[in-house]
Write a new protein. Structure first.
Length: 213
């Protein structure tokens, strides 16, 4: 067996040891991807839905690897229940930090499902970036939220400040309520206070006797 093969085998053995690179990747997955879920469930709160501040997560990891300074996670799934006992599932297809010198985790394939009494509520987004040092998450659009109870929201580039528990976007949003349709050029939401403010070209079109199909 060549010296190169010996070194590669030894590197794999060290990676599997407790506290090794593999453990570091799994540990990172346990806090990076739940933060991504905050953005998705913030949309559900905005609609407005029930509070989901108490989560218990189960990580289902198909694979995690680290090459040099790059961190890569694939197929991470989180399941739990809201304070009202409603089950939810959050999926991130992948997460990559290119180098330790760039404290940004690139996420892709984000989706969430909340099973409510009226039916399921879902949110999807193609990608996002988590800025580690700033504790800030930007979810790239299109962000699409749908609820069986008659709420929907479509938007782009939704930003979540984890430290302040705030969600905001300076890009147009639109959606539906049980009473009709709405649109605005921007919005901001306080997750703790559960308040939402829409600004710029705010429009609300009320549909009399509108029913949820």
């Amino acid at each position: 067996m060549s010296e190169l093969a010996d070194r590669q085998r030894e590197a794999r053995r060290r990676a599997m040891l407790p506290g090794g690179p593999r453990d570091a990747v799994i540990a990172a997955a346990k806090w990076v991807l739940p933060l991504a879920s905050v953005a998705l469930f913030a949309v559900l709160v905005i609609l407005p839905m029930t509070a989901t501040q108490e989560f218990s997560f189960l990580l289902s990891k198909d694979s995690a690897a680290r090459a040099g300074e790059r961190m890569r996670m694939q197929e991470a799934t989180y399941r739990g229940e809201t304070a009202n006992g409603e089950s939810f599932e959050i999926v991130a297809e992948s997460g990559v930090q290119k180098t330790s010198a760039v404290p940004v985790v690139m996420l892709s394939g984000l989706s969430a499902r909340l099973d409510q009494q009226q039916g399921p509520a879902t949110v999807t987004a193609p990608a996002g970036e988590f800025f580690i040092e700033e504790n800030r998450l930007v979810v790239d659009g299109p962000v699409i939220a749908r609820s069986a109870s008659g709420f929907s929201l479509d938007g782009n580039a939704i930003e979540v400040d984890i430290n302040k528990n705030q969600v905001r976007t300076s890009e147009p949003v639109s959606g539906t309520l049980p009473m009709g349709q709405f649109s605005a050029n921007a919005f901001a939401a306080d997750l703790q206070g559960r308040t939402v403010s829409m600004t710029g070209g705010v429009k609300l079109r009320i549909t009399p006797n509108r029913t949820v199909g």
